[in-house]
Write a protein that binds this ligand. Structure first.
Ligand code: ATP
Ligand code: MG
Length: 353
């Protein structure tokens, strides 16, 4: 046996455990075939835990996760727990404590999957969003004032730091430089957000000077969203702030077939703490418990994890198996127009491997 990796699993709520548990045996199989071994530790944190203990995860959660090689995450959130609790008490603390400042979200149209953009250069749809994952609009700063009075108001402060922008933009430029087309689009809105986005633009321009081989340009985020629909073939790497990246990647998932297919990685590129891998979708309460959730987003997130752990052949084996199953098209979950369940879809991928 080669290297042994310690991976923590936070399967979470709703379809989180359904897709995570479907993906885990496949990730394991790919790792073992590459001569590695994965030891999985499951943490029962999320909304059930919240109802029992009044918090989404225990006080020492971050200490327990810190020594791991990676975290595999399903989804958290349920209608009986306020959304801001599930996000602010579990996902964001992990992303921030572990300096997972890059949220990497590939948006690629896989073979055999149909897109609502048919005929718009969509066949070549192969983009990746590098979303800032630690500050900006999701810094949590702000307050509500005069609650319940006619004078009520609220402030939500987007706090951007030069260091925070620089490190994610640098990651995005290096990624663009490593891809065949070497294109980078920066999502901005400096016409309306005259402090934060002007700083963003300045830093992007400075970092760009170190990557003369990358062709880049800024787009106002509204125009970029439109371009993703009208000319997606002209886009390659997109670098965006926390909020803009959140929105653009749901759009990206929609135009590449289904939210259920899209993977994401919360990366600590400096490797000082574990990175966290997840499907980009949420807990999908509307379909939870029915065994029909598409596990491909979670499986592809597992493939990204294998690649980041240093097992590129395991990544390729898993990714090729996914693409083979989608190309054949006989086993499809309802979001892709089929009738297969979560486990059938995962079994088809296992067989293809
Ligand atoms: P969050 O706030 O956590 O991002 P959300 O409210 O945006 O969650 P999701 O849980 O991502 O919503 O679900 C959005 C829609 O996409 C729902 O109709 C859901 O059923 C569908 N969906 C999400 N994930 C999948 C999946 N894996 N398979 C099939 N459908 C999915
Ligand atoms: Mg969402």
């Amino acid at each position: 046996m080669g290297r042994r990796y310690e991976v923590g699993v936070i399967a979470g709520d709703g379809i989180g455990p359904e897709v995570a548990e479907a993906a885990i045996p496949l990730i394991e199989k790919a790792a073992v075939a590459a001569g590695a071994e994965i030891a999985w530790t499951r943490y029962p944190w999320g909304c059930d835990y919240y109802h029992e203990h009044g918090r989404m995860m225990p006080a020492d959660a971050l200490d327990r996760l810190a020594p791991l090689d990676a975290i595999f995450f399903g989804a958290v959130g349920r209608p009986d727990v306020p959304d801001h609790v599930s996000v602010w008490e579990l996902i964001l603390p992990i992303r921030q404590a572990f300096s997972q400042y890059v949220n990497l979200r590939p948006m690629r149209l896989l073979p055999g999957v149909s897109t609502p953009l048919a005929g718009r250069g969509a066949a070549d749809l192969d983009m990746v969003c590098v979303r800032e994952n630690g500050e900006g609009e999701y810094s949590g700063l702000g307050a509500r004032y005069d609650q319940g009075t006619p004078e009520e108001s609220a402030e939500q402060i987007g706090r951007f730091t030069r260091r925070g922008i620089e490190r994610v933009v640098r990651y995005a430029f290096s990624l663009a430089a490593s891809r065949p087309r070497r294109l980078l689009a920066s999502a901005t809105k400096s016409n309306a957000l005259q402090h934060s986005m002007v700083l963003w633009d300045e830093v992007v321009r400075e970092v760009a000077a170190d990557f003369p081989e990358v062709e880049w340009r800024p787009y106002h985020v509204d125009a970029l969203a439109a371009r993703m629909v009208t000319h997606p073939d002209t886009l390659d790497v997109i670098v965006a702030s926390n909020l803009f990246g959140d929105i653009l990647t749901d759009l990206g998932a929609a135009i590449t077939g289904s939210l259920g297919l899209a993977p994401g990685a919360n990366l600590n590129p400096d490797r000082t703490h574990p990175s966290m891998f997840e499907p980009i979708h949420g807990s999908a309460p509307d379909i939870a418990g029915r065994g029909v959730a598409n596990p491909i987003g979670a499986i592809q997130a597992g493939a990204l994890m294998l690649r980041e752990l240093g097992l590129p052949s395991a990544h390729d084996a898993l990714q090729n198996a996914v693409e083979q199953v989608l190309t054949e098209g006989t086993v499809r979950t309802p979001d892709l127009g089929g009738v297969a369940g979560t486990s059938e879809m995962a079994e088809a991928v296992a067989e293809a491997m």
